[in-house]
Design a protein around this ligand. Structure first.
Ligand SMILES: NC(=[NH2+])NCCC[C@H](N)C(=O)O
Length: 572
């Protein structure tokens, strides 16, 4: 159980013992060291509701508060804050457990079946900067949820269906006949442009493309096979990026839009039977009273176009139905750009009306902001095109390489290359993950690659410093006791004991930046501890205890960065 949960349960029990039921104990980590390690701020709210003096109520609660073996001091501050100082022995015992356990002593939760849907690129084009945030955030959510014990399914809901595939397949066939397919398909954007040009310029080609669409939609085996070949080639482009970026996604995680295709007529019929459909301007729609359009009328969620075609929205309903009925998910996280927020709100509302989602199913849109250029507009290349991910990743690695070469010119080339990869990719990921996912941010190479501040290079470097201390201590004893006496020791130790608290916060709100702030504070507390408390120059029990704190700092940084998908190095 997290420390926060443990304290919460005890404070809730104390509140109940003085007759306050159902109050929120409002446990937080303390905002300043003077306030202890945790604060219970719920008494003020409870006193207000009961119209009694908060300070007096706090005194009654503290009299009943049993934190034996957990806290060494409990104080009341201000109007009725309860400040809790953890008992160093309690902290030390938790650290011992963490040191000797691969999961850092984090007890597994009752597993939920959680899907993280992310990346979900459209296969007609190359991956670009718009796909970066979702990929990075989704991957971190997969790792954190798995680590705390959930049963996690990764899902790449790729856009692999639609009329443009007729054109692309036609162009693939044509360039193959000319022996140019390999060359053409090296760059999907160029391939797309060329096929579009053929489509616009040559009516015979356009007819062929249209014929392919019809045959594709009617399930013609020959065209389906060609379409599959194109999809495979396009996915290979994605996989190369996933690998370079160190994402967990593979072909096994792909279940594209086409998967739901055959189910769409059935689904629409089901909506009709449920009495949810209305015909509006020739289209089949579900009217949603919960949303108003510009005229102040209920919004129309269109599931079938005039002429019978299905939409993005219909496929998403199919996916929800499948995920609930077949996969029986408890939770589904859609990591998708915030600009699709209305789509998801309307999707979930429609799905609830149709009974595709039960009231307690946690289907959530995990929205994220946009990556901006220095001008505050979405980042573009100099020529105004969208930035290709391949180019961006290569640039990250090259910049890191220049930095490393500058710092350590004597280092072997291959080693510098290896460091550059970890630092470059790590910096790119961390810059994203350390900011609240809800907001936009301005892309800044220098800031993300800096060895100072809340960055990946700073944390990676902090990790190597810890490891170098440990390498120097030939007498390191992994069984040594942890004794906490100095203030800097206590602050580091308490922070280390809060890893579990943080992971649960990250998983609950799908907010990886909390883990980043946490790791940054662990690294800064370690360097304060290192200044204030000699490790290698001390002796006996103190030396061994401090080495244990260093060892757990290293383990926490490595595991924490690992959960963000960022590699550490033993030296750099
Ligand atoms: N279930 C979903 N709608 N997922 C998001 C899909 C994103 C879509 N392929 C796009 O590029 O905009």
């Amino acid at each position: 159980m997290t420390i926060q949960q443990l304290i919460n349960d005890r404070v809730v029990a104390a509140l109940a013992a003085v007759g306050v039921e159902g109050a929120n104990a409002a446990i937080q980590t303390a905002s300043k060291p003077e306030f202890g390690d945790y604060q219970a701020n719920g008494v003020m709210g409870a006193a207000k509701a009961l119209k009694t003096n908060p300070r007096a109520l706090a005194e009654q609660v503290v009299a009943k508060l049993d934190l034996a073996g957990i806290a060494s001091k409990i104080e009341i501050a201000g109007p009725g804050f309860i400040n809790i100082h953890l008992d160093p022995a309690f902290v030390a015992a938790r650290l011992q457990t963490a040191l000797h356990d691969d999961a850092l002593g984090i007890a597994k939760v009752a597993p939920q079946k959680v899907m993280v849907e992310y990346s979900s690129v459209n296969l007609a084009k190359e991956m670009h900067i718009g796909h970066l945030r979702g990929g990075i955030i989704g991957d971190a959510l997969v790792r954190v949820n798995s680590f705390i014990g959930h049963d996690v399914i990764r899902q790449n809901h790729v856009g692999d269906w639609g009329t443009q595939f007729g054109m692309l397949v036609a162009h693939m066939v044509e360039s193959r006949a000319a022996g140019e397919a390999d060359l053409e398909l090296k760059d999907l954007d160029v391939f797309y442009k060329h096929s579009k040009k053929r489509f616009d310029d040559d009516p015979a080609f356009a007819d062929l493309a249209r014929d392919y669409v019809v045959r594709l939609q009617s399930g013609d085996a020959e065209v389906l096979a060609l379409w599959q070949q194109f999809v495979k080639l396009s996915l290979a482009h994605c996989n190369a990026i996933y690998q370079k970026l160190g994402l967990l996604l593979t072909d096994d995680d792909v279940r594209g839009e086409s998967f739901y295709n055959d189910d769409l007529p059935v689904l629409v019929e089901e909506l009709r039977q449920l009495g949810l459909l209305t015909e509006s301007q020739g289209a089949q729609v579900v009217f949603l009273d919960e949303f108003k359009n510009k005229e102040g009328e209920p919004a129309a969620y269109i599931v079938q176009k005039q002429g019978g075609g299905y939409l993005y929205a219909t496929t998403d309903l199919g996916a929800i139905r499948f995920r609930t009925r077949e996969l029986k998910l408890d939770r589904c996280l859609y990591v998708v750009d915030s600009r699709q927020s209305l789509h998801f709100q309307q999707l979930f509302t429609t799905a609830r009306k149709a009974g595709f989602l039960s009231a307690d199913a946690q289907f959530e849109h995990i929205g994220h902001g946009t990556i901006m250029g220095p001008d505050g507009k979405p980042l573009k290349t100099r020529s105004g095109d969208s930035v290709k991910l391949v180019d961006l990743l290569n640039e990250a690695i090259e910049r890191a390489y220049a930095l490393v070469s500058d710092k350590s010119p004597e280092m072997a080339e291959s080693e510098r290359r290896q460091i550059a990869e970890a630092v470059g990719i790590g910096a790119l990921k961390y810059a994203d993950l350390s900011k609240s996912r809800n907001t936009d941010y301005i892309f800044d190479w220098d800031a993300m690659l800096s060895f100072e501040g809340n960055t990946a290079p700073y944390l990676q470097y902090a990790y190597t410093r810890v490891q170098s201390v440990l390498r120097k201590a030939e007498d390191y004893n992994p069984a040594a006791a942890i004794v906490i006496s100095e203030a800097a020791e206590k602050q580091l130790a308490v922070a280390l004991s809060q890893f579990e608290d943080v992971l649960f916060t990250v998983a609950d709100g799908s907010q990886p930046h909390h883990l980043c702030s946490y790791l940054y504070s662990v690294a800064t507390l370690f360097s304060r501890f290192y200044e204030a408390c000699p490790i290698l120059k001390s002796e006996g029990e103190v030396r061994h205890s401090r080495l244990q704190l260093a060892a757990l700092t290293g383990k926490t940084l490595k595991t924490g960065l690992g959960l963000l998908g960022i590699a550490v190095l033993e030296a750099m």
